[in-house]
Design a protein around this ligand. Structure first.
Ligand SMILES: [Zn+2]
Ligand SMILES: [Zn+2]
Length: 154
């Protein structure tokens, strides 16, 4: 699986591969060194049971949505339909606009889930079975505060 480790000091996202698990990584932005602890499940794509960055075991899932892709489709659709509208072909114009919105929906529906660590916001992507549940604001509040106290940010 691919992991986007979040630096506890400056929140920079650092890509790490679980197939070549490094014991430590250095943040490219603030050069803080982090030690990573890899569980067997994470190393072998069995699932995400323990976060290599903060060693927490609580995760949530969200859709891996890249808003720029959706926006591009809508903008292109709007431009093309605007051209047709200009030439008085309203029906085609509306059709294209609707089509662009539909493509948007399909793209969104086909998105994969990304597993995110509640405490340090490290992200996990890969073919492992998803076990985490959706985002819970209450859990996030408790765990984020606990983590920030532990790393001395509060
Ligand atoms: Zn950093
Ligand atoms: Zn974590």
């Amino acid at each position: 699986m691919q992991i986007l480790a979040k630096c506890p000091q400056c929140d920079a996202a650092l890509p790490v591969s679980a197939t070549e698990p490094a014991a430590t990584i250095r943040c490219g932005r603030c050069s803080r060194e982090m030690s990573l602890s890899w569980s067997d499940a994470v190393r072998t794509d069995g699932g995400v049971d323990r976060c290599p960055v903060c060693e927490g075991g609580d995760f949530y899932i969200r859709k891996d949505f890249d808003p720029t892709i959706g926006l591009t489709v809508v903008v292109i659709g709007a431009i093309v339909s605007g051209v047709f509208y200009w030439f008085g072909r309203d029906l085609i114009a509306y059709g294209i606009l609707g089509g662009a919105a539909l493509i948007d929906l399909v793209v969104y529906g086909r998105l994969k889930f990304v597993t995110v660590c509640y405490r340090c916001h490290t992200e996990f992507r890969g073919p492992f079975p998803i076990t985490a549940k959706g985002f819970d604001l209450h859990i996030a509040d408790v765990l984020e505060q606990e983590y920030e106290r532990r790393i001395g940010r509060r």
